[in-house]
Design a protein. Structure first.
Length: 289
């Protein structure tokens, strides 16, 4: 299922204030561990006093011992360079929970890419407030949990979902899950909940976006994938895309076209998250693609 995965590859993400020598220091550290750099990317907001972001993907021949030692040495380096860093490997696949309601297009896209090996991840569960997609998930061998939710049961429902995921899930994808998460729930997975919004934010926020777009005679429709935060639909944006439309589109035609954009945008965002290509800084993202 998961083809093309190299268990001896790792990636390193670094965020720190701009300071001369950081690239040399990190490169030399990797050299000491006999790392072979495969991809190297960087970005700075200001070469004198800005923030510096870096992503390095590399290969370690003696992976098990070198990976552990490298992590310890990065901790020591962080004393000289005040930096946030994240070291990850392809040796252990990330665990992704998918939350859905009734629409199936985003779920099906993620399942297809998972089955084909395009996204290298495990899916330990699908959680839904409806039972409509139970057969779809279980048909692919994915455990399905029905957690009904109402205004009166929201706290209990979120608690149950958290219990189901405890120790089994690294991040969550809201694949057209039509419920607003509470700050308490989001706090358990900061910058680890990816949502797909059915519009090119910030336009047409709220319900029935395609009907409203039709009424306005829009010429572009789009979708936005972002991390969920306490501010509804205002979290750091990972990916966006649009499709040109015209007066010949009906409201239903806009909806169909929008679904194609939604599932593509969500799949890209999920892939980049899995591959550790995204750094969140303030309410923005740096995406190394």
């Amino acid at each position: 299922m998961h083809t093309g995965r190299n268990d001896k590859q790792a990636s390193l993400l670094i965020t720190c204030p701009e300071k001369p020598g950081i690239i040399s220091a990190v490169s030399n550290l990797l050299l000491q561990h006999k790392a072979n750099i495969i991809h190297f990317d960087q970005h700075t907001t200001d070469p004198q006093s800005g923030m510096f972001f870096m992503r390095i993907e590399f290969y370690l021949e003696d992976f098990d011992s070198s990976f552990k030692t490298l992590g310890k040495n990065l901790q020591l380096m962080a004393q000289d360079y005040p930096m946030d860093w994240r070291l990850s490997s392809k040796k252990k696949l990330k665990q992704m929970a998918i939350f859905v309601s009734k629409a199936d297009h985003c779920l099906m896209e993620l399942i297809y890419r998972w089955k084909s090996g395009e996204i290298q991840v495990e899916i330990p569960m699908v959680i839904s407030n409806h039972e409509d997609l139970k057969e779809v998930a279980e048909g692919y061998g994915i455990p399905f949990y029905h957690v009904p939710i109402s205004p009166d049961t929201k706290e209990a429902a979120e608690k149950k979902a958290l219990e189901l995921m405890e120790g089994k899930v690294d991040f969550i994808v809201l694949a057209r899950y039509m419920q607003i998460l509470t700050p308490e729930f989001i706090a358990h997975y900061p910058n680890q909940i990816i949502n797909i919004h059915h519009s090119f934010l910030p336009a047409f926020i709220g319900a029935n976006p395609y009907a409203r777009a039709f009424d306005r005679g829009v010429k572009l429709i789009g979708a936005t994938a972002h991390y969920a935060t306490n501010d509804l639909d205002e979290g750091p944006i990972i990916e966006q895309d649009v499709q040109r439309v015209n007066h010949r589109y009906t409201a239903e035609g806009l909806k169909v076209a929008g679904r194609h954009v939604e599932k593509s945008v969500l799949a890209k965002a999920v892939s980049w998250h899995i591959e550790d290509r995204v750094i969140v800084h303030d309410n923005k993202t740096i995406v190394f693609t």
